[in-house]
Design a protein around this ligand. Structure first.
Ligand SMILES: *[C@@H]1O[C@H](CO)[C@@H](O)[C@H](O)[C@H]1NC(C)=O
Ligand SMILES: *[C@@H]1O[C@H](CO)[C@@H](O)[C@H](O)[C@H]1NC(C)=O
Ligand SMILES: *[C@@H]1O[C@H](CO)[C@@H](O)[C@H](O)[C@H]1NC(C)=O
Ligand SMILES: *[C@@H]1O[C@H](CO)[C@@H](O)[C@H](O)[C@H]1NC(C)=O
Length: 547
């Protein structure tokens, strides 16, 4: 009789009492360390139940996006703290000052991890990215391949040329859709519709139409890849990348390789001369051709390496632009008067039907900049990672051991009312949980009385400004590689709005239901912000025959 009872006791103590005790003790230690005024202390691990496993179950079951948000809700006031996926610890940092300190020390380590674990960069190419055992000549050639084509093609007037291509592709695509003048057409699922259209047009303007011939499923596969990998956390071991993600990733790389083999090999393709056009309908943009030719000439990069580079460009272009355009557009449509004013301002920079848009002037409209900044703040939840190669002091008290992956979340800073209020009091006149299109607009102080309160903000009487607020903007991680440069997303966002608002009339079908489709901001720490339900709009062509 006694024996089974003992066993039961043993089981109870192992599975209930030990975890309970562990939790109790780690909670006490956690708070004691957080309160301690010692200098140079190492952050503690957030309380856990099972030693050795730590937070691995929670991370796996809930997914990192939600799980980090839960931990932040519970222990956020005591950050920085470790979350441990088994033996691997990840440090969560939240205080704006500490985030700035981490970013100041950041390097390309987290980006290279993404290339390796997410994009499938071959190990032979990793040395090149890490700079291990690479000769100076190769290093210089590699830097050139990374930086030169982007500088040459995505700044100044060349950027404008590239955007005009995108605009004509997008305009043609939208006008092929049989929308009517006068009669409304209803789009039931605006997210899917715009995702399809914008991705197609972005890819066409970068890669040309031959890509779709070699790889008809590229748009669908790309979004499957993006969805499967949105929970990726640099610093977590490779087996945390879902196998579905690696499968679709390999399909994408094979498709890109097919295209490279058929259309980008032999002696012809690398001969790119100054007279070549910025864009060729079949070959795509000169930027991509030139960049790929430089990579193809590098020792250490094979066909797979070139395909990885193309996939990471595709990812940067699509994941950064489409969600921003979607949210800016639907948020704008909630305030029809503002949408109308913006359309009028855009029209000033396109004096007649058929004339080219003055894309630099449209991109510079303060309201468009403010919309982009507000969308990025509230509707884009990024994770920024840094893996310091030296131990790092943060704040007055903490010392982070080297090689610790440090994680920071853009939403964390985006919703930190105290920090915003301190940086610029007028920025929190409306709560940070709300979308406020004009949050970043300041009156032009050197302007006249024209812009006193209550009067409409006019382009000449108001300014877009991020002054004092920069430390609270970490969306892209300052030193993570920007493959497409810092102007691409901003210009493409403005160009897309210009086409949609000035060539079409758009209305939300159910403005009253809109609040219910917006995901609650504090429930996921990062990951793509998608509407919870379908958002329907109605659309018709503008009547502008007289213009
Ligand atoms: C790409 O390859 C296809 C198939 O060989 C060919 O028809 C097409 O003309 C090529 N495109 C270019 C721009 O050379
Ligand atoms: C675009 O607009 C800006 C600002 O109004 C102006 O300075 C520039 O000359 C215009 N560019 C073209 C090509 O019309
Ligand atoms: C601000 O107002 C002054 C005076 O009206 C004007 O000269 C200046 O161009 C304005 N600045 C901007 C960026 O609109
Ligand atoms: C926020 O930071 C990113 C990355 O540094 C930068 O590209 C972007 O322009 C910034 N946004 C604003 C509105 O300043």
């Amino acid at each position: 009789m006694g024996y089974p009872n003992q066993q039961a006791l043993l089981i109870i103590s192992t599975f209930i009492i030990v975890p309970f005790l562990t939790y109790y003790i780690t909670t006490i230690l956690f708070h004691r360390n957080a309160r301690s005024r010692a200098r140079g202390k190492t952050p503690s691990t957030a309380p856990y139940y099972v030693p050795g496993i730590f937070h691995a179950f929670g991370l796996a079951n809930t997914g990192p996006q939600k799980y980090f948000a839960q931990l932040i809700k519970e222990y956020g006031n005591f950050a920085p703290f470790y979350v441990k996926a088994g033996p691997q610890g990840l440090l969560i940092v939240r205080e704006p000052i500490q985030v700035t300190e981490v970013l100041a020390a950041s390097n390309a380590g987290a980006y290279i991890q993404a290339l390796d674990k997410l994009f499938g960069l071959p190990p032979s190419a990793l040395d090149l990215y890490n700079g291990n055992g690479v000769s100076d000549t190769v290093k210089v050639a590699f830097e050139k391949a990374l930086v030169k084509p982007t500088q040459r093609h995505l700044t100044g007037t060349a950027l404008v040329d590239n955007m005009e291509t995108y605009i004509s592709v997008l305009s043609a695509n939208m006008n092929n859709k049989m929308f009517q003048v006068g009669t409304w057409t209803q789009i039931e699922d605006t997210w899917s519709f715009l995702q399809q259209v914008i991705t197609r047009c972005t890819l066409e303007s970068l890669f040309g139409t031959d890509l779709f011939k070699q790889y008809p499923g590229v748009v669908r596969d790309y979004w499957e890849f993006a969805d499967a990998t949105e929970g990726f956390v640099p610093g977590l071991p490779r087996y945390w990348v879902p196998s579905a993600a690696s499968q679709v990733r390999d399909r994408l790389l094979e498709g890109l390789e097919r295209w490279l083999k058929v259309n980008h090999s032999g002696s012809e393709f690398a001969r790119i001369v100054d007279e070549d056009p910025t864009w060729d309908e079949r070959k795509g943009s000169k930027l991509i051709q030139e960049r790929d030719a430089l990579f193809a000439g590098l020792k250490g990069i094979d066909l797979r390496g070139r395909a990885v580079e193309l996939l990471s460009i595709m990812h940067e272009a699509n994941s950064n632009t489409f969600p921003r355009v979607f949210w800016t557009l639907v948020e704008l449509l909630r305030t029809p008067q503002l949408a109308k004013d913006l359309a009028t301002r855009i029209d000033r920079y396109r004096p007649s039907q058929g004339a080219a848009y003055n894309i630099s002037a449209i991109t510079d409209l303060p309201l468009i900049d403010s919309l982009l900044a507000e969308t990025t703040r509230l509707r884009v939840a990024s994770i920024v990672a840094h893996i310091p190669s030296q131990s790092l002091k943060i704040g007055d008290h903490w010392l982070v051991p080297r090689n610790t992956p440090i994680l920071m979340f853009s939403h964390d800073l985006a919703l930190d009312t105290k920090a915003w209020e301190k940086a610029r009091p007028s920025s929190v006149e409306k709560p940070l949980e709300d979308y406020w299109a004009e949050r970043f607009i300041l009156p032009n102080r050197s302007g006249s009385k024209a812009n006193q309160r209550g009067q409409r903000n006019d382009a000449s009487a108001s300014l877009f400004s991020m002054e004092d607020l920069e430390p609270l903007n970490i969306t892209m991680g300052r030193s993570q590689s920007l493959l497409l440069g810092k102007y691409y997303v901003r210009t493409l966002h403005a160009a897309t709005l210009a086409i949609l608002l000035s060539e079409f009339e758009l209305q939300l079908c159910d403005p009253d239901l809109f609040d219910a489709v917006v995901p609650p901001v504090r429930e996921t720490a990062f990951g793509m912000v998608k509407p919870l339900e379908k958002v329907a709009i109605r659309i018709r062509k503008h009547t502008k025959s007289g213009k």
